[in-house]
Design a protein around this ligand. Structure first.
Ligand code: AMP
Length: 148
């Protein structure tokens, strides 16, 4: 049986230090498969979660600020990995749903996520990895990220 390699991979990055393991794995797979690589970061903007004790200056647009910070981080990562600007996405929404939506839009054949975020437990899959695995219509690679 011969299996073709992946042609287009989507990497969901949260910009945590732990994400470096994921990024390194993605770079290695891209090399091996000669695949196109797209990067996605989701700004999960929950106005209710922020509004409580935060006193924001008048006219301050928190959503815009979060998007700008994320875009700068995305630019730095994209430059470092040599990913074309058109293949870098920063979106607002629910993280799991947005990863699945963008994966469908781009028609990728592999999604890479970290097994869990900063506060995950070694034996459990984080919530994002779980919802992506449950909903994806293509292969998913949950890269085991190191514990602290
Ligand atoms: P978590 O849901 O925190 O356990 O995160 C597990 C993995 O989901 C991370 O390693 C990333 O691959 C992905 N992920 C989490 N949050 C985001 C985000 N805001 N944007 C893109 N990917 C994310």
């Amino acid at each position: 049986m011969s299996l073709s390699t992946y042609a287009h991979m989507l990497v969901a990055v949260d910009f945590s230090p732990e994400a470096e393991t994921l990024v390194a794995r993605a770079a290695q797979l891209r090399e091996q498969c000669g695949a196109r690589l797209s990067l996605l970061h989701v700004v999960e903007y929950l106005p209710m979660a922020y509004s409580g004790d935060l006193v924001l200056p008048e006219g301050f647009d928190l959503e815009q600020e979060l998007l700008e910070v994320a875009s700068r981080q995305m630019a730095a990562l994209g430059d470092r990995l040599g990913v074309a600007s058109a293949d870098r996405r920063v979106e607002i929404g629910n993280t799991g749903h947005t990863i699945l939506r963008v994966a469908d839009e781009l028609g990728v054949d592999l999604i890479l996520v970290g097994s869990h975020g900063r506060h995950g437990l070694a034996v459990l899959l984080g919530s994002t990895a779980r919802s992506v695995l449950n909903g994806a219509r293509c292969d998913v690679l949950a890269v085991r990220v190191a514990e602290e």
